[in-house]
Design a protein around this ligand. Sequence first.
Ligand SMILES: NC(=O)c1ccc[n+]([C@@H]2O[C@H](COP(=O)([O-])OP(=O)(O)OC[C@H]3O[C@@H](n4cnc5c(N)ncnc54)[C@H](O)[C@@H]3O)[C@@H](O)[C@H]2O)c1
Length: 338
Amino acid sequence: MVDLIEAAAAVGRSVRVGVIGAGNMGADHANTLRRFVRGAEVVAVADVDRARAAAAASGARAYTDAHALIDDPDVDAVVIASHDSVHAEQVVAAVRAGKAVLCEKPLAPTLAEGRQVLRDIGDDGEALLSLGFMRRFDQGYVALRQAIDDGTVGAPVLIHNISRGVSGAPNATSEFSVTGSSIHEFDVVPWLLRSPVVEVAWIAPRCSSQVHAGLQDPQLIHLRTADGVLSTCETFLNARYGYDVRCEVVGETGAMSLAEPARVRLDAELRHGIGYAADWRPRFADAYRIELQAWVDAVASGAPTPLATARDGLAASAVAEAVIASMHADGRTTKVAL
Ligand SMILES: NC(=O)c1ccc[n+]([C@@H]2O[C@H](COP(=O)([O-])OP(=O)(O)OC[C@H]3O[C@@H](n4cnc5c(N)ncnc54)[C@H](O)[C@@H]3O)[C@@H](O)[C@H]2O)c1
């Protein structure tokens, strides 16, 4: 595979990307790759929903079978943005076919499935696999991490994270809130601190009356990293008012937080204010673009990607599993088993 990519780079050919899953995220990635990423060409899109695949393919090949895309000799590299439940088997198939893979989070819905993926692809396969934890490419999070490294507010003692959305998926469960949403914090907190999460605890207030049965919303999660820092993570999928992600790092001599991303201040209809993004796509559009560019550049040159690795994906899944165990044990403090 590396030979193939090096050959492509040598002749100046674009990396030919196939995108699996053409829902919100896959269609967005296909569009970003096509419009904003240098050196990439979207040559195929696969979705079990033929109309979605065709729409996102925008004239490129459209498949209803992900494995047909993976086996397509014209596809050098694969973005997996299908349902969480099929990530594992699609990752294994694509890596075994020798393709570079960018898999959206999570690697798999459970830690056991994630571990099996790593066993199935082996050490060589791991080098081909990157995980889509795009907050690592958000300029605000990058600046926070640099400021922590620089000691700008002294040694960190606390991190407060807030992740609120307008409305969760209609079938979202309490566990899905953890594996599908809070997992971003399970990746970004240890990445910011350069210290793994070792212990977690889950707690919740009364449930919002706006939420269906089976989903506790909001939830509050505590993470303790090996360096002793405590992080709070509020996840509120149905907060209604807008998509709102915040992060404040409290250090021994000061505090710093993500500033509002650049937006328009509106004065109209007796109101003065700044609007919210409706979901993660506009809020993290730059992060997705920078992440995809970094991935394509690495694939083209044969260099290791600077994205989250398979091991990072496994670490986040291990935290998610411990949080769910805590949820099922009335909030008992739970060690992370990795
Ligand atoms: N990084 C992020 O910020 C972020 C944000 C949202 C979603 N995601 C992840 O992206 C993935 C997609 O999420 P989404 O919001 O686009 O969901 P979605 O439901 O809008 O889209 C998923 C698509 O996958 C297709 N699909 C399901 N099984 C398939 C299969 N076996 N083969 C091919 N296609 C299949 C579905 O038909 C659907 O079109 C999920 O894994 C999710 O966790 C990541």
